[in-house]
Write a protein that binds this ligand. Structure first.
Ligand code: ADP
Length: 166
């Protein structure tokens, strides 16, 4: 059975992530969407919240599982005995960092293979950070995050900047 891991921060999961998840779930028998700890990012949503939201938006995809771990990706891959990593590539700006990560993971564990899916052109511009920015300033994020999590994401982003309705 071919299993792949799609790792990221997913703070929060967006239509761009969901597009990669849907496409990867058709290629692999099983896809683990893994919310991993990234020491260089300060996240708005807790790992538990992020994992739960991924579960909610992938409810119609039976071969997709949401997980969270504080381990290194290579150790998580070993734990799950799954050595294919899926990543999404938006623009050249993603490439340098992703290339470095892929080579580093390969160096740490030779069994790891990283596969890149190019973004759907519709989501080329979309990132979790732009969603957080717009949402925390009171903007409408319904074009960016899936409906099942829209209310919760909107509320938390507004609360964070004191914009919640009383
Ligand atoms: P972000 O950069 O939005 O904070 P993450 O760290 O959660 O995203 O990214 C996890 C993976 O998803 C990365 O491989 C990233 O390139 C990919 N990704 C994020 N947004 C998109 C998008 N709009 N289209 C395609 N891939 C994306």
């Amino acid at each position: 059975m071919a299993t792949a891991i799609y790792p990221g921060s997913f703070d929060p999961v967006t239509f761009g992530h969901l597009d990669i998840i849907r496409r990867a779930s058709k290629i692999f028998d099983r896809l683990i969407v893994a919310v991993l700890f990234n020491p260089s990012k300060r996240c708005t949503f807790t790992p538990q919240e992020r994992m739960e939201m991924i579960g909610r938006v992938t409810g119609d995809l039976p071969n997709v599982e949401a997980a969270t771990s504080e381990k290194l990706l290579v150790d998580f891959a070993e734990e799950r005995q799954s050595f294919v990593i899926v990543k999404g590539l938006r623009a050249v700006s993603d490439f340098e960092h992703e290339f470095q990560m892929a080579l580093t993971n390969k160096k740490m564990n030779g069994r790891i293979e990283t596969l890149f899916l190019t973004t759907n052109y519709r989501y080329l511009y979309l990132s979790s950070s732009i969603v957080r920015e717009i949402g925390s300033l009171g903007g409408d994020i319904s074009d960016f995050v899936p409906a099942p999590i829209l209310e919760d994401v909107t509320r938390k982003l507004r609360e964070n900047t004191g914009r919640a309705e009383k």
